[in-house]
Design a protein around this ligand. Structure first.
Ligand code: 0O2
Length: 230
């Protein structure tokens, strides 16, 4: 998902050119998604600070944000067979604004997800736990579709944001797998072997995540508090 993040910063004039129709309407739509994304990113930054004081360590390694490119929006609307319009994009798509939170340990993912979910201005619309139930590819992450209010000069709007929480190991695997997935012209037999090898890598990374999580718990149980790094 976030591969788009480095390419696209909120740049209304630039991105709107690809979307047909009322340019201003799309510009306002992107501006709403941009604000909601910032809102959710800030919430995680605040949680990171609070978590640090409660548990004496930073649970978040990195936060990445991205807005879905117009070309990807157009492609997805075509794929699901819905005519392109601002109202339809806002109704049908949940991943125009994306926030990816890279955590140190698996436990932190669930703690942060719970800490976000209990906030009274955050509505969790959907959660998909690809950590407890990895995808066929081996992909692991916790996905949440949340809705947050944004306050504009004239109105209050609820805007959806896709949140992906994962560990460093899960992110490492997903980034490389995403790059490899676009290699074309691989014969079917080889492709199957590669898919199996990628699943094996994902399982190895997951075992390491679990082992690191256990080591952290053992250290904490021994009374030693790992220092805050940042
Ligand atoms: P992009 O271009 O990366 O943003 P949908 O999102 O509607 O297509 P669904 O089932 O709701 O379908 O989405 P899902 O599978 O819960 O989450 C989709 C996103 O999760 C993907 O975005 C990826 O970012 C990530 N993801 C899911 N499966 C894999 C996988 O096997 N490998 C990797 N590297 N990432 C995965 P998209 O849809 O690719 O769009």
């Amino acid at each position: 998902m976030m591969e788009e993040s480095n390419e696209i910063r909120f740049a209304p004039g630039l991105v709107i050119a690809e979307l047909k129709g009322n340019g201003r309407e799309y510009m306002e739509m992107y501006s709403r998604y941009s604000s909601a994304m910032l809102e959710v990113e800030t919430k995680f930054k605040v949680l990171n600070i609070e978590f640090s004081s409660k548990f004496d360590r930073n649970p978040i390694e990195t936060i990445k944000t991205r807005l879905k490119r117009p070309a990807s929006i157009i492609e997805k609307m075509k794929r699901i067979g819905v005519p392109l319009s601002v109202a339809n994009v806002e109704r049908e798509l949940s991943d125009v604004a994306g926030v990816r939170v890279i955590c140190s340990f698996v436990d932190d993912i669930y703690k942060l997800a719970d800490m976000l979910a209990v906030q009274d201005d955050v509505y969790v619309l959907r959660t998909k736990d690809y950590i407890k139930h990895p995808k066929e590819s081996g992909y692991r992450s916790l996905h949440m579709i949340v809705e947050v209010p944004i306050f504009l000069s004239q109105e209050k709007r609820f805007v959806r944001v896709e949140v992906q929480l994962r560990t460093i190991a899960m992110d490492f695997w997903a980034s490389l797998e995403h790059k490899l997935r676009y290699k074309k012209d691989i014969p079917p037999d080889t492709a199957q072997e590669i898919a199996a090898a990628l699943r094996e890598c994902a399982d190895t990374a997951s075992r390491t995540d679990i082992a690191m999580n256990d080591i952290r718990k053992r250290i904490e149980a021994s009374g030693f508090k790992p220092g805050i790094e940042n």
